[in-house]
Write a protein that binds this ligand. Sequence first.
Ligand code: ADP
Ligand code: MG
Length: 246
Amino acid sequence: MTKPIIEVKDLAKNFGKNQVLKDITEQVTPGQVIVVIGPSGSGKSTFLRCLNLLETPTSGEVDFAGENLTTLDTKRVNELREQMGMVFQSFNLFPNMTVLENIKLAPMKVKHMDDATATKRAHELLKQVNLDDHADAFPASLSGGQAQRVAIARSLAMDPKVMLFDEPTSALDPEMVGEVLSVMQQLAEQGMTMVVVTHEMGFAKSVADRVWFMADGFIQENSTPDDFFSNPQTERAQDFLSKILM
Ligand code: ADP
Ligand code: MG
């Protein structure tokens, strides 16, 4: 069996008295695309943020590439975190830098990549997200869909082993959702390991290897998309699916 790249064991997270995650044990193997779906407030963002220790778990363990993040010092956590790209609903591009500079920044600063290599790599990544003609543009001139594709390219510039996406298309106008999802689909086809929180059921159906349905702080179902959408097992999932547009 393939070794997991991410392994979560008995993960729990409380905010004060609020038990947001209650004992999650799951794993992600290299190349897998996991889509996490579930109602608002069910703990999806908290779960994703626990995977790279942006949130500190209250108890349990998160292993990344065989190392238990919850026992490592900050320096090692930061090194491993560089291998997990994260894309949020908001793009958080640096407004005072061009698209190209946004992408070059982390590889040069953190990895000490030389300018010529970083520039070359940034152009390759911009081609991959169909934006090389916008290399010298400033973020304010981009549409939401373009900005999110730059944010994806910027994450990829660190050569992550895993990409985490938290509702990457939720803030976009509907006509821009497709261009972002298609970049993500290509990334999946190239073998990137991905954990994606999304409400895009079409993406879940066509790209996910597994759907994790989260509600009330648990992963209630872990199924293939076919099984999940045609034959949800829990009442919670049946109820959720009956309320969303497909
Ligand atoms: P989802 O992403 O599924 O909508 P979240 O993980 O954002 O859910 O939130 C789950 C619960 O945790 C919510 O009740 C939310 O209010 C609470 N929560 C999330 N982040 C914090 C925080 N930093 N401090 C306190 N409560 C939080
Ligand atoms: Mg969320």
